[in-house]
Design a binder for this molecule. Structure first.
Ligand code: ZN
Length: 80
C-alpha cells in the first residue's frame, strides 16, 4: 500500500493501519476497486489472447511437422 491517500493525496504514515484516510475519510483499501478490477480484466483478456495465439501457432506447427514427416519418407512416419 502506498503512503498517500489515493483520493486526496494526503501523506500517510507507513504505520497508519486504519482503513480510512484521516483527511477525507475515504476507504483507502477499496478506493478505485472497480477501476482496478476493470484494468485487471482487460490485462487478463490480452494475456489470454496471446496464449491462444501461441497455442494456435503450436498446433499449426505440429500439423506442418506431421505433413513434412509423412511426405518425407514412410520410415520417418513409422518411427513417430
Ligand atoms: Zn484522503
Amino acid at each position: 500500500m502506498s503512503n498517500k491517500c489515493p483520493k486526496c493525496g494526503a501523506k500517510l504514515s507507513p504505520f497508519y493501519l486504519k482503513p480510512n484516510c484521516p483527511s477525507c475519510g475515504v476507504n483507502i483499501v477499496q478506493y478505485g476497486f472497480d477501476e482496478r478490477l476493470e484494468s485487471d480484466k482487460i490485462r487478463a483478456e490480452k494475456e489470454w489472447e496471446r496464449t491462444q495465439e501461441v497455442l494456435h501457432r503450436l498446433a499449426h506447427s505440429n500439423r506442418q511437422t506431421h505433413i513434412v514427416f509423412s511426405a518425407d519418407s514412410r520410415t520417418a512416419d513409422t518411427c513417430i
